[in-house]
Design a protein. Structure first.
Length: 221
């Protein structure tokens, strides 16, 4: 009589394999560790002359708005697409302009008739254009440059952060006080202080180039 032990051995091996799989899935064997996936944290938003750290000037408009919305919540302002020459936001180089804001942080996007992608053009922080108020951060975004300059930073602190790179400008007759952060002349940061003292605080920070007359940096209220 022939005996077919090979089949029995195969079945037994299969049963053992299934049992081992069950232990692995159930986590009952402390020697078995399951693989985990670690996702890199998103890059931070930083005020820079070439963008916002995680977002660069020239990036796709819709993707940028989605990214900022995921971080800051729903925008408090979205102008939709309109003429590039805006009485509120200035004259921009694109054929059409869209302003999207979160409190006093405003991002401006351009659309051109040549069919190129809609893109991020510039940003400004600390000024609410529709109200004409500066130096406030109603969303508590607390945005800063890489060096740490933000709204409320004093002139003394700004000098410590930037040294000779901080260029101070003044119109003493009008009692207005400005600054630029020296860098590539084609693109840099600029802003305004509340007054001429060492304790004067930063009211507005924005990227240059910007739309002509985008922000009235003379506003001190």
């Amino acid at each position: 009589m022939r005996t077919h032990t090979g089949g029995f051995v195969a079945i037994a091996a299969l049963a053992l394999t299934m049992s081992a799989c069950t232990v692995t899935r159930g986590g009952e064997d402390p020697s078995v560790t399951s693989a985990t996936t670690t996702l890199d944290p998103p890059l931070p938003i930083v005020l820079e002359a070439d963008g916002l750290g995680a977002v660069a000037v020239g990036d796709d408009a819709e993707a940028t708005i989605a990214d900022l919305t995921s971080r800051f919540g729903e925008p408090s302002l979205d102008s939709g697409w309109g003429p590039g020459d805006s009485a509120v936001y200035g004259t921009c180089p694109g054929d059409q302009l869209r302003a999207v804001g979160w409190g006093s942080f405003l991002a401006l996007f351009l659309r051109r008739e040549d069919g190129s992608p809609e893109e991020l053009f510039t940003w400004t922080y600390g000024y609410i254009h529709e109200e004409g108020t500066a130096g406030i951060d109603p969303r508590n975004l607390d945005l800063r440059t890489v060096e740490g300059l933000g709204l409320g930073t004093t002139r003394r602190e700004a000098r410590s952060l930037y040294g000779d790179r901080l260029v101070e400008l003044a119109d003493e007759e009008l009692d207005l006080w400005f600054f630029t952060i020296d860098g590539d002349r084609a693109q840099h940061l600029r802003g305004s202080f509340t007054d001429e003292t060492d304790d004067g605080e930063v009211l507005v920070i924005e990227r240059v180039p910007t739309c002509a007359n985008l922000t009235d940096l003379t506003t001190g209220s």
